[in-house]
Ligand binder design. Structure first.
Ligand SMILES: [Zn+2]
Length: 165
């Protein structure tokens, strides 16, 4: 990005009465804000176009939203929003397990399975659902889980013991 005073300033401050504004000092705060805004737009574009992080992009669609959140980060949280955890499907992907299917018999043991179908979490899921329905719909979209139902989601995933999956 290239910024020149003559390009940036009229945009930021609008035209003057005479149509000519002369500055002898660089207006640093508007300039920084402009750079931050464009950087955030570029970052968001890169995030959306990136071919990786498919699961994380469902949970965290907007870079700005993520920056505004104060999220308690711990291994199970990371596993749930990235898919990089000790699920059977993940361990199978890296050839640690021969198969990635869940012992419950309902398909691969992926994050969506743990969130929505894994029977061993039914009791915890009922509580999660009850709390989500207080303010939203069930099942919630992944990005709504983070932006609107973070507290019950954290409560739910803290009940997951990956060693027992
Ligand atoms: Zn299962």
């Amino acid at each position: 990005m290239q910024l020149f005073c003559c390009e940036v300033l009229p945009h930021l401050w609008g035209p003057t009465i005479t149509g000519v504004q002369v500055f002898n000092r660089l207006p640093i705060i508007p300039l920084i804000n402009k750079i931050k805004e464009e950087t955030m737009q570029n970052w968001q574009k890169e995030w959306e176009e990136c071919s990786k992080a498919e699961i994380t992009k469902k949970f965290l669609q907007k870079i700005q939203d993520r920056q505004n959140l104060r999220i308690e980060i711990f291994p199970v949280f990371t596993a749930m929003v990235t898919g990089h955890g000790k699920t059977r499907a993940y361990l199978h992907r890296f050839k640690i397990l021969e198969k990635g299917n869940c012992p419950c018999g309902d398909g691969d043991q992926i994050i969506d399975h743990l969130l929505n179908r894994y029977p061993m979490l039914n009791t915890q899921r009922v509580t999660f659902k009850h709390n989500v329905l207080k303010t939203g719909i069930w099942p919630p979209k992944e990005h709504d889980i983070i932006s609107k139902h973070l507290k019950p989601f954290l409560q739910f995933i803290k009940s997951i013991n990956f060693e027992l999956l």
